[in-house]
Design a protein around this ligand. Structure first.
Ligand code: SF4
Ligand code: SF4
Length: 254
């Protein structure tokens, strides 16, 4: 979730609870939320930013992304690199708004809400929401009524959350919950398969599946669309990084 460096008031909110909020360019705070923030990026965010910028995944990672690996954290976290302009501005913000608006990251769409998931019984993902009230944000003085569910629908987050929920099953895999710390090569595969799709596609052409001991795939995954390839990678990855996990490979071309 986007997180501004001031101290916001963060409160849990149920999916059907009402709140009042509207954001538009006439507000004095317009784009203030796009500065002094930590913006964590999911694999689907990277995919969409590639579409917005026309850059390859490796160019995007090099130019716009910071990869952090904290001691004790199973997987690296990726953040958008902010501009060193004294305000820590997002590289995509301008006086007229967001330059990548159609492909903006899921956290930007979700704000002023935050969405989290946790694996419950039967491996079902339970969804939780928080409402984030920043002092500077004037959107709460507006009268438009929402609930978290209606707001996320309005902001077209469905494809983002669908992909993020698939990735969450890796981040919250049983092996991780039982304390497994992935090896460096497993972390490298996490970055390659989920965040560097162009390089992964190239590696598939060069025989990645055979090298990794995976059965040949007659779907020729290297020919999949970006969205399909990310789904494929998300299904393949657990069998490569978690001992004893068999590949499910229920993936089908969309
Ligand atoms: S209303 Fe809130 S979300 Fe909208 S521009 Fe202002 S600070 Fe950002
Ligand atoms: S991507 Fe767009 S909406 Fe998100 S912080 Fe940057 S300028 Fe703001």
């Amino acid at each position: 979730m986007a997180e501004n460096s001031t101290s916001p008031n963060i409160a849990a909110i149920a999916g059907d609870d009402p709140f009042s909020f509207a954001c538009h360019p006439q507000l004095g705070c317009f784009t203030q939320c796009c500065r002094m923030l930590e913006l964590a990026l999911t694999p689907y965010d990277l995919l969409r930013l590639r579409h917005a910028t026309g850059l390859s995944s490796s160019q995007l990672l090099h130019r716009y992304v910071i990869v952090e690996q904290d001691q004790g954290e199973p997987f690296p976290r990726l953040y958008l690199t902010m501009v060193d302009d004294g305000y820590g501005s997002c590289p995509f913000v301008s006086s007229s708004g967001c330059a990548v608006y159609t492909h903006r990251p899921g956290a930007c769409r979700t704000y002023p809400l935050g969405r989290g998931t946790s694996l419950g019984a039967g491996k079902c993902l339970a969804e939780r929401f928080v409402l984030i009230r920043e002092e500077f944000c004037q959107g709460f003085s507006q009268q438009a009524k929402h609930t978290p569910r209606s707001y996320l629908d309005d902001q077209e987050t469905r494809l983002y959350n669908r992909s993020n929920d698939r990735v969450a099953t890796i981040l919250q895999h049983e092996a991780i919950r039982n304390g497994l710390i992935p090896t460096q090569s497993a972390r490298d595969l996490f970055l390659l398969l989920l965040y560097d799709l162009d390089t992964f596609r190239e590696r598939l052409r060069e025989g990645f599946l055979a090298e990794s001991g995976c059965p040949a795939d007659d779907q020729h995954p290297e020919t999949l669309s970006d969205e399909e390839l990310l789904d494929y990678a998300t299904e393949l990855l657990p069998s490569l990084i978690f001992p004893l996990t068999k590949p499910t490979m229920a993936f089908r071309r969309g």
